[in-house]
Structure formats: structure tokens, C-alpha cells
Design a protein around this ligand. Structure first.
Ligand code: GDP
Length: 298
């Protein structure tokens, strides 16, 4: 499947190490768990999530009186699925008047993801307006304009350096006037300047609360999977300044670090809503943790 294809490197990375452990050990002992822990951490599952998962695995091994390491594999898969379970993923913006704010640092794939989501929603017959509220870089505005053309959506933009909240204000007015279904906003995520970022986001919040309170709100943080543990620290930082309702995990196609999806949902309890598996407009997939775990461990 397309999902399995996109996760090839992650699967090779995680399962080859694990299979060696499950078949190489003759008994379930401390060494076995230590090796497993190391492999999981190397697979970017994250220290906290790995510990949580292994704690639970140990209990299950004990309860089920499992003696053979090979029999642990299915138990581990089940444990990871359960730890990742956050209930069914919601995509309410597909059928309600909505505003989606995309945040994330430069280069993670925000603009590309905005274009992909816009195209996806357009395909469902929704009226989408893009807002270029990343006014920090002229290139970001140009790029979003290209994506707007490609996905045949309207775009609201101002010149480089203008106030992002003013762009959002304009975009909301346009969304109301044109009866848009979804307003999709690109923003500048300058984490190195956290105070400015907070102020900027707070200003945007105020505009939306005042002008567009009846719209369903989604705050999606875009993370580049190839950056592994760095992506997790970005999540930690952004969670401090904003209520993150979901994650878009990009560049899953080119990385062995796809295990961070496990950390994101287990450790942070934030749902991964989409994964990016390529640079093309159709290379965005809805995320389902069961399918994901099956694809990785198959
Ligand atoms: P932004 O600065 O966060 O807006 O990032 P861009 O949208 O400009 O993306 C940065 C680069 O990553 C571009 O070259 C994109 O084509 C590429 N990119 C984005 N998403 C994906 C993905 O899922 N897979 C791959 N392979 N490349 C991606």
C-alpha cells in the first residue's frame, strides 16, 4: 500500500533491529528488555514513550506467563497500539465552517501541507480560502500563491512584513463575504523569538475570537519527521504557546525516524492528523495509528 511504501525506511529501521532481538534471545531477561529499549529509542520512539510502553509490556509478559521472546512481538505491537490510542481522529473541518491555523518553523513543510490540504478539501467540493499570514518571508507568500493556483483556491495576502493579524482579519472578512467553508492560514513560526511568536499568535487569536467565533477552530502544528527528536522539542515548545489540536508529520517518505509518531501520541497525547509522504499535491495521508503500527511492524 501507499502507506507501507511511505514508511519503508522507518519499517526497515525499527523492525530489523526488533526481529533480531525477538529471534536472537532465548529468554526474556533484563538484557532482552535493555536491547529492546535501546532499539526503540534508536528508532526515535522517544525515551518517555519507550519506558511507558516497556513497563506495560513487562506487566503483560508477566500476566500472560510468556516465556518465549518471539511471543513478545505481538504483545509489543498490541501495547504500542493501545498506548497510541487517542480515540478516532476527528476531521470536523471537512464538514463545518472552519478555520485552520498552520504553525511550525521554517522548512518543515507548512506551505506545502497547506496546499495539499486545500487541494484535498477542494476535491470534496469545499470552498477554501488560503491566508498568507507568514508575512515574514516574501518567498512564503509567493509559494502559497502558487499552491493556491494549483489547487484552485482564493488567496488573501498582503506585502512582506505586514501584520499577520491584519492578514487574518482580511481573510476572515473574505471568508464571510464569499461564504467559504474552510479558511486555511499559513503563519510564521519563529520559535527562536518565543515572546514575539506568543504575541503574534495571541493577536491572531483575538481577531478570530472577535470576528469568526462561530467557525470551528483547528490549530495544526507541522513537524518535519526527518528531524526526529528535534521535532519533539518543537512540539514541547509550541504546546507552551498554543493549544495544538493536531500534528502534520511531513517527509515521512525520506526518513527512518517515523517512530516519532509513537512518541507524539503516547507522550504528548496530541493526535497526528496527517502524514506527508512526498512533495506532490496528493502526497498527504490521513493518519490512523492502527494502520501505521501495522505498516511498521508487518
Ligand atoms: P515551510 O517553510 O514550512 O512552508 O516549508 P515548505 O512547504 O516550503 O517545504 C519545505 C520543503 O520540504 C519543500 O522542498 C517541500 O517540497 C518539501 N516537503 C514538504 N512536505 C514534504 C513531504 O511530505 N515529503 C517530502 N519528501 N518533501 C516534503
Amino acid at each position: 500500500s501507499k502507506l507501507k511504501e511511505g514508511l519503508t525506511k522507518t519499517r526497515d529501521h525499527i523492525t530489523s533491529g526488533m526481529d533480531a532481538i525477538f529471534s536472537g534471545f532465548s529468554s526474556i531477561d533484563d538484557d532482552f528488555y535493555e536491547e529492546l529499549e535501546e532499539t526503540m529509542i534508536m528508532g526515535d520512539i522517544g525515551v518517555c514513550a519507550t519506558e511507558e510502553i516497556l513497563e506495560e509490556l513487562k506487566e503483560r509478559v508477566h500476566e500472560n506467563k510468556v516465556k518465549n521472546p518471539a511471543d513478545c512481538k505481538q504483545l509489543l505491537i498490541d501495547t504500542i497500539k493501545e498506548k497510541m490510542d487517542l480515540g478516532e481522529n476527528a476531521y470536523d473541518f471537512e464538514n463545518r465552517k472552519s478555520i485552520i491555523i498552520l504553525i511550525g518553523v521554517n522548512g518543515v513543510g507548512k506551505t506545502t501541507s497547506a496546499g495539499k490540504i486545500a487541494a484535498h478539501l477542494r476535491g470534496q467540493g469545499r470552498k477554501v480560502i488560503l491566508a498568507a499570514a507568514d508575512t515574514f518571508r516574501a518567498a512564503a507568500i509567493e509559494q502559497l500563491t502558487e499552491w493556491a493556483n494549483r489547487s484552485q483556491c482564493d488567496i488573501i495576502a498582503q506585502s512582506e512584513g505586514s501584520d499577520p493579524a491584519a492578514v487574518i482579519f482580511d481573510a476572515v472578512a473574505a471568508a464571510k463575504a464569499r461564504k467559504a467553508d474552510v479558511l486555511l492560514c499559513d503563519t510564521a513560526g519563529r520559535l527562536h523569538n518565543k515572546k514575539n511568536l506568543m504575541e503574534e499568535l495571541r493577536k491572531i487569536d483575538r481577531v478570530i475570537e472577535r470576528e469568526y467565533a462561530d467557525a470551528y477552530r483547528e490549530n495544526l502544528l507541522v513537524l518535519d519527521a526527518t528531524t526526529g527528536q528535534n521535532a519533539l522539542s518543537q512540539l514541547r515548545e509550541f504546546k507552551d504557546v498554543m493549544d495544538i489540536t493536531g500534528i502534520i508529520l511531513t517527509k515521512m517518505d525520506g526518513t527512518a525516524k517515523g517512530g516519532i509518531a509513537i512518541a507524539i501520541q503516547t507522550e504528548f497525547g496530541v493526535p497526528v492528523k496527517y502524514i506527508g509522504v512526498g512533495e506532490h499535491i496528493e502526497d498527504l495521508q490521513k493518519f490512523n495509528s492502527e494502520d501505521y503500527v501495522n505498516a511498521i511492524f508487518d
